[in-house]
Design a protein. Structure first.
Length: 172
């Protein structure tokens, strides 16, 4: 959001400063971003779907957020003229380190209410991925937690992420 401090979100008409992101957060975001771009390329979907880091997403008249990663309808050139709005979003990924409770609480409810079809939360501390699909009211019909293997999208069959690769940079 132009002119505001980095990591500021508009929540119900009030500005909210987000916690600064640390190295583990940045590394996991980069790994997820790379994994999503790889699978889109392998499935020849890179023109149909676009991975965007920290986009400004207007959920309502009084709420604008900046998710860590969003998978949106392409082509990317459409967003020169259009804002990224919920109907164009296919998947949101938040990476939780200090923000985990908020990502699994308030943000989950906001994304579900906005109709975001799928929402993932990478839990750095537990080295796991929470996956939610099928928004209903302020929650999701399908919820799961993955501690190993791959997380596969319920709404985009080609999209899957290997958790060992996602958390490799922060496992030590």
């Amino acid at each position: 959001m132009g002119g505001l401090p980095k990591h500021t979100e508009l929540l119900d008409g009030r500005l909210s400063l987000m916690s600064p992101r640390g190295d583990p957060h940045s590394l996991v975001c980069s790994a997820i971003n790379a994994a999503l771009n790889r699978v889109l390329g392998a499935a020849h979907l890179e023109d149909d779907l676009v991975v965007v880091s920290e986009p400004t997403l207007r959920l309502s008249e009084k709420t604008g957020v900046e998710p860590d990663i969003a998978l949106i309808d392409g082509p990317i050139t459409r967003y020169v003229r259009e804002k990224i709005l919920p109907p164009r979003v296919r998947l949101i990924v938040e990476v939780g380190e200090t923000s985990l409770a908020r990502d699994l609480g308030d943000k989950l409810r906001r994304y579900a209410r906005a109709g975001i079809p799928e929402y993932w939360v990478a839990d750095i501390g537990a080295r796991s991925m929470h996956a939610f699909a099928g928004p209903q009211g302020i929650g999701y019909d399908h919820t799961s937690v993955h501690a190993s293997g791959e997380v596969a999208s319920r709404t985009i069959p080609a999209v899957r992420v290997d958790l060992a690769k996602v958390f490799a940079a922060v496992t030590g």
